[in-house]
Design a binder for this molecule. Structure first.
Ligand code: NAD
Length: 340
């Protein structure tokens, strides 16, 4: 192996080990920032030398949280990761590129990126029949009995529709410190504690942990929706818990505000020129929230535009995660420290 091949090999092995520790054991070995730095390095090397990309590269698939001690269920919808950007310049460039691809103006919904456990709730004829973890994106673990202990998740909908709902289960920050202090081996953060809890064998133990949920996507052949705002509004009318911190941006800020109002949703509506200050405000607001977020998610509003853009094996092309902290910036800071 030459030096380059060796670096790609080492990064792939390291990232695979870090993924297992994070997703399966819920005991991360490194910080998210360090993980993202190594991941971005591997992405950059693979882009420059595509012939050296390994078929099993961690960049080519969703980080798997499959647990072999729990039952497995195949997903019927795409349950993927997100592509990511740092800084509003990258986000605005992505919006422009997306507009160019679909050949028309887009409306962009901005949601908080909840740092919890990804879950898919499957409803058949209006009844919650299965709750499944993200797993490897194609197959997840069946955690239905545990998820049913979360009181804010409707067990029956006011419609007989078949529906798949994506959301994030989290543990409020306020409950984390007390709960963690009572454990023999404490968890590093609320996300890890929540992830460990949702995979417990006994649902009676899960019921003692005050887990919460925000839902953010709905897929149904029975309920046809033309855009994401309508999907969110329908989910709210079915009794699901939505995150109220929502933004909707379009070329024309007045139209964006009207669209939010028409969907009966609260939130901020504005033009793309308001986006940078919205992000800045949210970055400051982050520490005052009762749950952890690690960024924002930008999503194309129109369902037909989403269908046109499609998916890679790792993420939808119609959404982008805006991460608050850049591993590059961290590296620069560290090297300044060293020089001083
Ligand atoms: P991601 O960063 O690619 O984000 C995708 C996930 O965001 C979705 O699966 C969904 O569950 C969640 N999400 C939250 N709010 C959402 C919303 N409003 N709309 C849509 N999705 C929303 O997540 P990932 O693929 O699970 O993990 C990658 C990240 O996890 C890394 O960037 C890193 O920060 C962290 N990680 C850390 C380690 C470590 O060792 N510290 C290891 C692996 C991963």
């Amino acid at each position: 192996m030459n030096e380059l091949e060796q670096e790609i090999h080492t990064l792939s092995e390291q990232l695979a080990a870090y993924q297992k520790a994070y997703y399966v054991d819920n005991r991360p070995l490194v910080s998210d920032l360090e993980y993202d730095r190594l991941f971005d390095r591997l992405v950059a090397l693979e882009a420059k030398h595509p012939h050296l990309k390994r078929a099993d590269s961690p960049t080519q698939r969703v980080g798997s949280d499959l647990d072999s001690t729990l039952g497995e269920v195949a997903h019927t919808i795409p349950v993927l990761s997100l592509d990511k950007a740092y800084g509003d310049g990258e986000l605005l460039a992505w919006i422009e590129k997306t507009e160019a691809k679909i050949g028309e103006d887009v409306g962009i919904v901005i949601e908080e990126k909840i740092d919890g456990i990804s879950i898919v709730l499957y409803y058949e004829d209006g009844l919650l029949v299965r709750a499944v973890t993200r797993g490897n994106g194609m197959v997840g673990n069946d955690v239905t009995a545990n998820v049913k202990t979360i009181a804010s998740i409707p067990l029956r909908l006011p419609t007989e529709a078949n529906l798949a709902v994506r959301g994030e289960i989290y543990l409020p920050k306020a409950n984390f410190a007390t709960l963690n202090a009572s454990l023999e081996v404490p968890f590093a953060n609320p996300r890890n504690l929540a992830a460990g809890t949702i995979r417990r064998i006994k649902s009676s133990e899960v019921a003692k942990v005050p887990l919460q949920i925000f839902v953010y996507e709905g897929f149904s052949k029975d309920v046809v929706q033309s855009d994401h705002l309508q999907i969110l509004s329908t989910l709210a009318s079915y009794g699901f818990r939505l995150n109220p911190n929502l933004g909707y941006f379009a070329k024309d800020g007045v139209q964006a505000r009207q669209a939010l109002e028409a969907a009966g949703l609260s939130g901020f509506g504005g033009s793309f020129s308001d986006l940078a200050s919205y992000i800045q405000e949210h970055t400051l607001k982050r520490s005052s929230l009762d749950y952890e977020i690690d960024g924002l998610v930008a999503k194309v509003n129109s369902v037909s535009a989403r269908e046109m853009l499609g998916y890679t094996g790792h993420h939808p092309r119609w959404a982008l995660a805006y991460k608050f902290e850049s591993p590059q910036a961290q590296t620069v800071l560290q090297s300044i420290d060293v020089q001083v």
